[in-house]
Each structure stands twice: as C-alpha cells, then as structure tokens.
Write a protein that binds this ligand. Structure first.
Ligand code: X8Z
Ligand code: ZN
Length: 636
C-alpha cells in the first residue's frame, strides 16, 4: 500500500500515494480532533483462535470492519497527504510539525487497525475482504509505530525532520557565506557535466557531508520503527517490507536474487567497458585497471545512472548520436512544455488528459523564495483525482524521462481512484514505478523525429550501438544500485549491521554489487553515506525500482505486441497505439485489488517477473560489449 503520496512519499499516507509522496493540512488541530473520534472498531468478528460468533456473522463482521477502515483511512491519509504536500513544497518548522502530527495520527490508527485485522480469521470471508485484510496487515507506509504515544510522536517527528534536513541540504565552501553553498540540483549538474576529477570529488564530498547529521536520527528511527514492526508480529521493519509481494518474505528475497543473477552478466560487461574508458580518461593512478571504479566518476551523485558520461564511452564517436538535451534546448522547451509533451504521450494511447487541477496545483519549477524537497514525486492528494507532480525540472533528457516516470504514477492514481482506498495502490510497488518508464522506452529516435525534436533517425548499426549504450548506461548501470540499498537496510533493520557499521557495510555492498569505491577512506562514525540518498532519510523502500527496471521491459514488450509491432524490441514505439493503451488501462484499473501475478498476466501473459525482455532489448549492445571486452580483465 502506499500510503504515501507521491511517488515516493515517505512516512506518509497510506495507500495513497505510491509514488513518492505524502500528506498535510493547514489545520492540524482540527484533524487531530477528528482522529480522536476515529477508532478502529473491531466488530464482533470471529477470532483467529476460532472462538467468537458463527461463521456467517463473522464474515459479515469482517466485511463491515474493512469497510469502516477504508472510510477512516481515507480521512487520515488525505490529512497526512495534505500536510506532506505543504511540507514538501515549503519546508519550515511549522509545516514539519503539521506533517509529523498528521502522520502520528495515521500511525496510531494503523497500529490499532493492523492488530485488529490480525485478530480476524480470514477463512471463509469473501475474496475482496480477505485481500483487504491482507493489505492492512502488510501496510508499510507509514512505518509501523510503537503503541507508546511518546515513542510514536518521536518517530513521526524524526521522519519529518530527516526529510527536511535532506531537502534543505547544501554543500558550502564557507557555511557563513550562503553564496558559496550549492544544493543537490546544482551539485548534480556538476556531477553530470564536469569531467574534472577534483571538481567532481569536491561536489561529491560536499554533498556527503549533509548526511552526517542524519546518522543518530536514523539509528533512533530504526529502533522505533522496528519496535512498531515487532508489535504487529514482524521480526523487524525489513521483514514487513518484504511481505508486500504476495509471497513469503524469504521467497521474495530469493526472487530478487534470481532476477539479479539474470542481469548480472550484462552489468559486468558494461562495468568492464566503462572502466576501461575511464582509465583512458583519468589514468591508471585514479582508476584501477582491474579494481573498483571511483564513485564520483560515473556522472551521478550516487553512481546510480551513468548516462551523463556517455561522451566518454561513446562506441562510435563521430557517427550519429542523439542529444535530446540539445534538441530540447534548441526547440526552446521550458518546464511546462516538457510536462505537456509527457502528457501527450499518454493521451496518444487513448488515456485521459490530466485534470485542470493538475496544471494549477503542481510544482514544476524550484521556487526561489523557500526551501522545498526537490526530489521528484507524484501525488493524488485527496485520493480523488487531485493529481500533482512536484519537481524542480531542468530542461534536459534526464528530466524528460523523469517526467514520464512521474506521470506514470499519476495515471495509475487516475485509473484506480474510484476503488476503495485499500485498493488504491499498485499491483506491487515495482509496478507503480515501472509504468512511466515503460512508456519512456517508446521515446525512440523515430518518435523524436515524429515530434520534430530531431531531424534524422540513425539507420546504421553504429548509430544503433551508440543509442543502446546511452540507454544501457541508465538502465543496466542502475540495476545493482537498485538492489543494494535495501540489501543494506534489510541488514540494518535486522540488526546484522549495527549503527557502528553503517558506513563500512554500505561500502562493502557498493563494492560487491556495483564494483565502485569512494575516492578516500570513509570510516564510521564520521560518515553516513547511505543517508546521502533521498530514500534513506525519507524512508522509501527501494527494491521497487530494481523490480521496475526489469518489469518495464516486460510491459514494453507486451504493449508492443498489442500495438502490432513486429521488428526488434529496441525499435518499438507504442506512441499513438490505442490497443496498447487499452491493455495498460485495464491493468492500472485493478490497483492492488488482486495479487500482482494476475495483473502481470493480464498484460504480459506471464505470472513471473523476468529479465529476458530486457536482455532481448539490449542484445546488440551485449554482443558488442563482449567483443570490446575480449582481452580485458573484467570484474573486480
Ligand atoms: O525516486 C525516484 C523517482 C520518484 S519515485 C524520481 N526514482 C529513483 C531515484 O531517483 O533514485 C526513479 C528512478 C530511481
Ligand atoms: Zn517513482
């Protein structure tokens, strides 16, 4: 469930928001009062030990229970979502307090409700009620809070505070002189554009200082959320997170390993080639020929997507390459025009235009007069088609893709907002993250030409390999990062990694999965590098993005088939194909009402997540990389 608004919203709101989002209200007192009268009443339902009223009465009571919860949840989740929107678009002590209070109410309610749901025997109840009971019991957002009111308040305040610190974070040459400070947007520009080793390192180290302050807050947050998770029957918060996939937590862990094993060989090939090119650029003394790549050289603050270093690794310099950023700037795109372009892709499939309120209420541009959380997110603030995005858009290719990503969340919200609140979620959270990305895979050269952004479609093999390299740097380069963040958190939540080991465990995983390393020593307890990634202080689970990166190719393939595409997968664009749109709509409209394999089957015909379509898409590049890497020592 989502509960949090936007495409990422942190501690928030239930179900609602899947993407990254959250809740708030300007009248928190009134909400607090309202919440007092809301009690998760457990009707006289048959108890799990078999005692209680007869079966029929129990079934009716179970249905009455979930219906009541659905209504109450709507009230609290919307209040939380409003407060989160206010805070995310204007970080002040007051908005932080209001968001914390709204979340505290929601957490208190969910704590009682989950316990009540656990006491109901699901046998014999109708399938929708059983599904709702299951969804209630696996609610991970907001995080489970201890029953103790003081601890719950502390947990809510920590959540708001950590996200606020991250949102306001700046790297300053001289902290007394604000003009020497850079926010994450400015630092990201340096990471993406500079090729100067020292300048990159300074930006990287500057940003990684921001999170040091979060370290004690985070370890306390973990203690409290774990306590809450134990109260509702989980070993720790990680086990609760892994319970949201219609399979056991242990099976889910296996499932992520299986998918990683499918894609790792291609990642290793890409790593090998990129490292060789970075050695040429920066020298063996800076980039070890057979070792870990310095984390600040991959074009991104977190080394999560590497598309920005494409010019360094371009397979065939001098042949056609597509520079979407340049094309957008040349065509005088601004923030609004980019979002309109995103919307036009969805409407070309026969999906509805975004509601007028989307254009009135969204935040597209970073305000100059206040602090905001710039990390992009998508929202349905009132769970009733109040769609918005919050982004500090820049006119470049990366943000054009992110706009499609966020609109994917909005369209999911739009097609399920008439369902009960408990079903207003993705089939699983990876589905929610995959929709917009799947559509963005149709932003092919042919499509760009169709909309007049480029003049020529590369038609030779070299142009294709160049293009595939651009895509792979983002899509394949991301995979180990997508997996390791929660690998780290699962170990933190279970206690396998103690607070004294936060940083050493982080870099051990970065080395193991990504094959990267920091440029210098990063010992505990003076650093907290995991906290420099938004989703850690904001408490947004991350495995969803790993799954989404794989799922989006499955969706793409299925939608291309529906659109009647016959050639290679990498050539397909579903732009304008309403048959693909119909399939997509049908899946979105299911929300989380059915276990995810059913939703997947409805679109792809398969009940299993599978990286094969992704590997098929990248087959030409995969062959090319294997040739390039012959004679090189790969691995680390
Ligand atoms: O957080 C996001 C979205 C919002 S759900 C902008 N993403 C991940 C990230 O930025 O780390 C999308 C890709 C991965
Ligand atoms: Zn998202």
């Amino acid at each position: 469930m989502l509960l949090r608004p936007p495409s990422l919203a942190p501690l928030t709101a239930l179900l609602l928001l899947v993407g990254c989002q959250s809740p708030a209200d300007t009248k928190p007192r009134a909400d607090a009062k309202k919440a007092e009268v809301i009690k998760a009443g457990v009707p006289s339902v048959k108890q799990a030990d078999g005692t209680g009223p007869d079966t029929q009465v129990a079934q009716v009571a179970a249905k009455a229970f979930v219906d009541q919860v659905d209504g109450e949840l709507r009230t609290l989740a919307v209040a939380s979502s409003k407060a989160e929107w206010e805070k995310n678009t204007n970080i002040t002590p007051e908005t932080e307090k209001a968001a914390a209070e709204a979340n505290e109410q929601l957490m208190g309610y969910m704590g009682k409700t989950i316990k009540a749901a656990t006491a109901i025997a699901p046998e014999g109840v109708d399938p929708d009620t059983a599904r709702k009971l299951h969804l209630i019991k696996t609610t991970a957002s907001p995080p489970p809070a201890p029953t103790d009111a003081a601890k719950r308040k502390e947990l809510a305040e920590l959540g708001a505070k950590m996200e606020g610190i991250y949102g306001k974070g700046k790297a300053c040459k001289d902290p007394k002189k604000p003009k020497t400070c850079k926010d994450i947007g400015e630092l990201s520009d340096i990471m993406g554009e500079s090729r100067n080793y020292d300048e990159l390192l300074a930006a990287w180290e500057g940003w990684h200082k921001v999170s040091v302050e979060l370290r004690p807050l985070y370890s306390r947050f973990v203690e409290l959320a774990n306590e809450g998770a134990r109260e509702i029957g989980y070993q720790d918060l990680g086990e609760l997170w892994r319970s949201g996939y219609d399979m056991s937590p242990a099976d889910f862990e296996q499932e992520t390993e299986r998918l990683w094993t499918q894609v790792k060989p291609l990642y290793d090939q890409l790593h090998c080639h990129v490292r060789a090119r970075l050695v040429e650029k920066y020298g063996k003394d800076k980039v070890p020929e057979a070792g870990l790549i310095p984390a600040h050289l991959l074009g991104n603050m977190w080394a999560q997507e590497w598309g920005n270093i494409y010019p360094l690794v371009e397979p065939y310099p001098g042949t056609t390459s597509i520079d979407v950023t340049k094309a957008l700037k040349a065509a005088k795109y601004d923030e609004l025009k980019m979002v309109k372009l995103g919307e036009s892709f969805f409407t070309s499939l026969g999906l509805d235009p975004l509601p007028p309120t989307f254009w009135e209420r969204s935040m597209f541009v970073q305000p100059k007069d206040r602090e905001v959380v710039c990390h992009a997110s998508a929202w349905d603030v009132d769970l009733n088609d109040d769609l918005r995005i919050k982004m500090c858009i820049k006119v470049n290719q990366e943000d054009l893709i992110t706009i499609h990503h966020e609109l994917g969340h909005n369209y999911y919200y739009h097609y399920y907002y008439k369902l009960p609140v408990l079903f207003q979620n993705g089939a699983h959270d990876g589905f929610h993250e995959a929709i917009g990305d799947a559509l963005a895979l149709s932003v092919t050269p042919a499509y760009l030409k169709q909309i007049d952004l480029i003049k020529e479609v590369p038609s030779d093999d070299k142009g294709l390999i160049n293009l595939q390299m651009q895509d792979a740097l983002d899509k394949i380069g991301f995979l180990p990062f997508g997996k390791l963040i929660d690998q780290w958190r699962w170990d933190v939540f279970s206690g396998k990694t103690t607070p004294e080991q936060y940083n050493s465990a982080w870099w051990a995983l970065r080395a193991k999965y990504q094959g990267i390393a920091p440029a210098g020593e990063r010992p505990d307890p003076d650093h907290f590098d995991a906290g420099a990634k938004y989703h850690v202080p904001a408490n947004v689970p991350y495995t969803r993005y790993f799954l989404a990166r794989i799922l989006q190719f499955q969706f793409h393939k299925a939608l291309c088939q529906a659109a009647g595409h016959t050639g290679p997968l990498y050539d397909c664009s579903i732009y304008g194909k309403t048959a693909a749109g119909d399939k997509l709509k049908a899946m979105l409209a299911l929300g989380s009402s059915k276990p995810w394999p059913e939703a997947l089957e409805a679109v792809t015909g398969s009940r299993q997540m599978d990286a094969q379509p992704m590997l098929e898409y990248f087959e030409p590049l995969s062959k090319w990389l294997a040739e390039q890497n012959q004679g090189r020592t790969c691995g680390w």
